[in-house]
Design a protein around this ligand. Sequence first.
Ligand SMILES: CC(C)(COP(=O)(O)OP(=O)(O)OC[C@H]1O[C@@H](n2cnc3c(N)ncnc32)[C@H](O)[C@@H]1OP(=O)(O)O)[C@@H](O)C(=O)NCCC(=O)NCCS
Length: 485
Amino acid sequence: MSSVKVKVMSAATTARPRTSHPVLVGELMSSPVVTASPGQTISSAADAMVLAGVGSVVVVGDPGRPLDHRWRVDDRHIPVVDDGTLVGIVSMRDVMKVASIRPAGEAAVDAPRGLKGVVVTDTTIGDVRGTEGFFHYRQYSAVELAEHRTLEDVWTLLFDGTLPDAGGRMTFAAEISTLRDLPMGLDLLVREVAARASGEGPLDGLRTVLSAIAAAEQFQPSYDLDTPSLRQDALRLAAVTPTAVAALHRLSQGLEPIAPRPDLSHAANYLWMIHGEEPTPEVARAIEQYLMLTVDHGFNASTFTARVIASTGADLGAAVVGAIGALSGPLHGGAPSRALNLLEAIGTPAQAPAYIRAAVERGDRIMGFGHAVYKTADPRSTLLRDVAIGLGGDRATFAVQVEQLIVDTLAEVKPGRQLYANVEFYAGVVMEAAGLPPQLFTPTFAVSRVIGWCANILEQATDNRIIRPSARYVGPPPPQPVPAA
Ligand SMILES: CC(C)(COP(=O)(O)OP(=O)(O)OC[C@H]1O[C@@H](n2cnc3c(N)ncnc32)[C@H](O)[C@@H]1OP(=O)(O)O)[C@@H](O)C(=O)NCCC(=O)NCCS
């Protein structure tokens, strides 16, 4: 049998065999071939096609005889001949599917799964250097900022590009303190959302409330806004987020919401609105440091989500709400309470290695360990360990005792993967010591990360291009006739 040669037609095509063995022409071809002669009527040729259930017919001089120059075949089918006799026909559709050939004109680049390591934009907001265990906000070490500055300073840095002096700090603090109140008209909605909250905490409700605030305050598409107006929306949504979280939490506990206090720092005010009492300076500072360390962290899933939505020119509320959805998953922001559950489950340091070994053998992920970018200790975890030790308590002591045991066991059962404690491992310990219940862990993460999302939305809007990648279709080959209803 003669072979059919498939020629890749342009530089824009990509041939990537997906099968482990060479596919033979005979495996792909349809046989016997429906043929027609030049003298045959169209309706009889069509009847033959319907009878055989095929979509094309090869025009030949005399079926079964050596073929002559009158063969005809359309540009989507290739005849297969054996010693001059037509024995089958191969559809280009099937060839393209096997070879994964993309039609010319649809140039595409294959990205690794999950876009891991793919640079999709430029940013001046910050960067994560995974192998160095270092991350920064606009060139300043985030850990040093958390050690020496305030959350309001970092917020100013992210939004406006520079660290404030004393005057700038006061102006910024005064500005955000006027933006913390929930709109009066949404009181009923907030109560309704809180009443329907699941045991998972106020993160779902936060989406609804922030969406309602953006609508009530008529946030306009970012496409139509100048930078100062979009910055104003960003300040408003970031400033009101802790108030919404605290109100939803208190209502779900049968308690009345507490109004924000303009005289307190952002972190202290958050704890005030949760507990109804002023936090000690140590506790307020611990939470402030947690918030500062988690404001922004490269092109993580929720930041990417916010930028994708912002890139369509949608309003800032839409981008933040989408980002909260991305944050809620345990592979992103939903892990700190699971990390505390892990500590509970381990029980004693002596049991840690056996527990971890069994969990990994079951295929479980150890929550609070591993990171998509860090292949060394997560610097956030390192500082939060100190913060947790500073707040004291049995939980912090236990976490410190088992951390290294877990790292060692993971190195044994997952060699070469470089799995260390990530930010979530000590985040839960710190938040618990500050009196925050587990259902507030991820919402508290949202309280800080909303600042980073907004900075990214502002940056996206200043030099926008819609983010619109491609996917490879790997389903059954089209076009498939639509079955009769
Ligand atoms: C954060 C996380 C999703 C990053 O994953 P990643 O860098 O993309 O790594 P991968 O998912 O490709 O995993 C690489 C390998 O390490 C293993 N691994 C990664 N994190 C692990 C963990 N926490 N526990 C056990 N194994 C883990 C994977 O099973 C995989 O093993 P394999 O090569 O045998 O398949 C991952 O480490 C994880 O799921 N951690 C637990 C959840 C968590 O703490 N989330 C908060 C993140 S800040």
